[in-house]
Design a protein around this ligand. Structure first.
Ligand code: NA7
Length: 487
């Protein structure tokens, strides 16, 4: 308790990726200094630490993919490469004094809510309690390994893109890659030239939009150094463009959707010369239904002489390679799994038990939902960053994290002031919120007949179906009616 009778919370932040670093900075700015930051790995950076595959880059323009309060004049390209993004996060964490506070190599294993406190147990055997837990554990971090017969029998080198094996030189090798999502497109564009032969196993074609990359010269960078105002203006320009094209289009705005469709179809038509290949690369679902791929290297790569696109389904994998359903064996030295991530795990695996021992596995067993993506009834004083229905089509996830962190801070303020004893959304509020989300999904392009990682087992997109501005407005002030009142 501080002098003015405000309660001062202790907070554990789980994860030191983009969101965890941000949460730490903002909590400290709000005068909350009793912070514990746990990071399971021995380095910060989350996604950008884990994804080191060739060609890894962010498909949101770099100057928009930064914290609003700390632009980065040093980006070398319009679409920043993974290693530069990782460097940026490390720099920010150091500048703001967060890096030294992170407990590396320590995962949160158990989190139980008992008598108004979270009792935590970590992988290093440490036990402690805090008032609040902020799960900044990211969305796409559980690699999916395809359920294909014989996968483990392959005798060559095989890995998932998020676990890239840098010890294997691909030069001259017979390489296969399963998947044609954003990751595969970046990888293929980068490795095609060095491989002996590259076979792409495509289950479903994807729509791809080309937004030209651009190198930033030393002069460009120099003009931005020490100029946060200019960096902010640049970021806002890109954000405006992304919001009013891709984000608006996927949520049902007709003109932006028509523009997206035109861009993707034109890109395919102009980029791929051979009609038979073009046919194979043409999706049968609307543009934007799966996450739109922004890429400028894949179509060139797929037309190289040493690259083939295999659209016959995979029957099984043997010690020597991939057997397609037509009986053909594709002999391979290396098999790369660009098969994506499981987006519904969030902070799991972790034993998470809320009020009266309620288990997250039971609560989420049937459906993964939250109130405003952030709060889960039964789990007071627990905040899930970038939780279900956060993603906003092709927009910067950093901007989303900033909005949610401000919202969480406002809720913690209510606790500090004693307006809320515990911060817990009511089940009714959660239900109302999810009904409201569902009501908006019908006009989005995600429900127009494709499979994608956006959809849960019921076919409901785990996305935000309205506009960015509406999302920001609704998170501006917590609606206290939706929370359990103080006793
Ligand atoms: P995605 O977008 O989930 O793509 C995964 C790809 O792997 C996709 O082409 C899938 O085909 C394919 N896939 C998955 N399982 C199989 C099996 N069993 N057989 C054949 N093909 C398979 O993951 P990414 O890593 O590319 O991108 C994830 C996000 O990261 C991206 O949206 C950005 O936000 C950043 P499918 O289309 O399902 O037929």
């Amino acid at each position: 308790m501080s002098n003015n009778n405000r309660r001062e919370p202790s907070v554990a932040i789980i994860g030191a990726g983009m969101t965890g670093i941000l949460a730490a900075i903002k909590l400290r700015e709000a005068g909350i200094n009793d912070l514990t930051i746990l990071e399971k790995a021995d380095e910060l950076g989350g996604t950008w630490r884990e994804n080191t595959y060739p060609g890894v880059a962010c498909d949101v323009p770099a100057h928009m993919y930064t914290y609003s309060f700390r632009g980065n004049p040093e980006w070398s390209n319009r679409f920043a490469r993974g290693n530069e993004i990782q460097t940026y996060f490390r720099q920010v964490a150091e500048e703001f004094g967060v890096a030294g506070q992170i407990r590396f190599g320590e995962a949160l294993e158990r989190s139980h809510y008992v008598d108004g406190k979270w009792q935590l147990h970590t992988s290093k055997g440490n036990d402690f309690s805090v008032d609040f837990v902020v799960a900044a554990t990211g969305i796409l971090h559980h690699p999916v390994y395809p359920d294909i017969k014989g996968l483990d029998s392959f005798q060559g080198d095989m890995w998932h893109t998020a676990r890239w094996n840098h010890d294997v030189d691909l030069a001259g090798k017979r390489v296969g890659i399963i998947g044609t999502g954003s990751t595969a497109c970046q990888v293929i564009g980068d490795i095609a030239e060095q491989c002996g032969d590259l076979t792409i196993f495509q289950r479903t074609p994807q729509w791809i939009v080309k937004v030209a990359d651009k190198d930033y010269s030393e002069t460009d960078k120099a003009s931005l150094r020490g100029q946060q105002g200019k960096l902010t203006a640049l970021s806002k320009r890109y954000a405006f463009a992304m919001r009013n094209t891709f984000s608006a289009g996927v949520t049902g705005k007709k003109l932006p959707l028509a523009l997206m469709s035109w861009m993707a179809k034109r890109n395919l038509r102009k980029s791929v010369r051979d009609p038979a290949l073009r046919e194979k690369l043409t999706p049968d679902y609307p543009v934007g239904c799966k996450r739109l791929i922004i890429n400028s290297t894949f179509y060139d790569a797929v037309q190289r002489d040493n690259v083939s696109l295999e659209t016959t389904g995979i029957e099984r994998i043997t010690d020597r390679g991939v057997v397609t359903v037509d009986g053909e064996t594709h002999e391979l030295d290396v098999l790369i799994l660009a098969t994506g991530f499981s987006p519904f795990e969030f902070m799991r695996p972790m034993e998470l038990k809320g009020r009266n021992g309620v288990d997250i596995e039971d609560v989420w067993g049937r459906k993964v939902q939250a109130y405003r993506s952030v709060c889960i009834p039964g789990f007071p004083n627990f905040f899930l960053m970038l939780g279900p229905n956060t993603p906003i089509g092709n927009y910067s996830v950093i901007a989303m994290s900033e909005v949610q962190t401000d919202y969480v801070l406002k809720l913690i303020e209510q606790w500090r002031a004693g307006t809320l004893d515990e911060v817990e959304a009511t089940p009714e509020a959660k239900q109302r919120y999810n009904d409201y989300l569902k009501a908006g999904m019908g006009k989005t392009v995600w429900v127009r007949g494709c499979q994608s990682w956006y959809l849960d087992a019921d076919g409901d997109p785990a996305m935000w179906p309205y506009s960015w501005n509406q999302w920001v407005r609704e998170l501006e002030q917590p609606d206290l009616k939706d929370f359990r009142p103080a006793a």
